[in-house]
Design a protein around this ligand. Sequence first.
Ligand code: HEM
Length: 321
Amino acid sequence: MKAFEWQGYRFREGEWVMLDLYGTNHDARRFHAPDRFDPERQISWTTQGFDFIPQGGGEAELTHRCPGEAFTVELTKQAIRLLTQGMSYEVPEQDLTLDLSRIPARAKSGFVMRDVRPISHASKPIMRTRLLPDQRISAAIREQRQLPGWQETAMAAVMSGTVTSIVTTAALALLARSEGRSAFQPTNATSHWLHGENAGRVRIADARHTLLGYCTHHLSAIFWALPFEAWLAAGHSKAPTTVLRKAALTAALAALVDYRLVPKRLTPGWETVLSKRSVGATFAAMALGLALGGMASRKWHRPPQGANSTSRHLTRRHQPE
Ligand code: HEM
């Protein structure tokens, strides 16, 4: 650096000049109550000025202002979002005073967190950024998300399977009535695996046919709800459209297996009572039942430690002012 003079200050050749970041950012002439932590303070990081300069002053293209500022701001926003929405934790008593003689400055005790847990089943991805490749971020989210265990998935399958069997049995009853049959006939027909082909001819409700038929149907609905729930649990999105799409594909697979792969004795038996169209409509009802059950079970087994119920007690004494 060549010798120069600036506002009455002489700078000799070879001298170093240090930008006083801390002093500038805490200048009371520029910021009201500069030492107070005020997240609502009106600071625009886009105005590339010389007032608030944690990453240098001026414009990055023309001066030495940090070119990584946009990354840093974006990462800070994501970190705050993660800390406030993506995990639950407690903050025990600790020393958060800053030692300014250290670079980078850091809270004395670090930031101590206790009982840290990711908030699973977050309905929206925790982190999304315009600046980092999406795949890397979503991989990180998947690692953070606590996937439900097999017990949770099994319980969810019992729930959505039950909703499915109720919805489809109601649909079968309505379709049977519209075809001039008794409402019980399709369910009675499902007991054909034990009572033979004539089971569907029984028009009344009885334990031998209706109860056995319903129990068989109920168990098979839970059977199909199991892979459906496992698929939902493994997936990233829990949006209704995703749940509906997965439910429709599961129902289509069930129809294929029931009417193309399994021996005749193990089919639902509805085909002995109803038209092909009505059997198809029943699988559509199955998709609807799975989707409704899937959405209900997602809400039901969401863990209680949501962001709002988190016990956070930053102690006043150590809170940066
Ligand atoms: C908390 C994070 C960061 C802080 C506080 C910070 C702060 C600063 C400061 C104060 C300067 C000097 C400005 C000047 O001399 O006028 C600087 C320069 C620089 N920073 Fe950062 N920075 C951060 C993150 C980053 C990141 C993430 C990158 C890269 C992706 C980056 C790359 C650079 C480079 C290359 C320079 C030199 C620019 C030049 O001399 O032209 N910084 N940074």
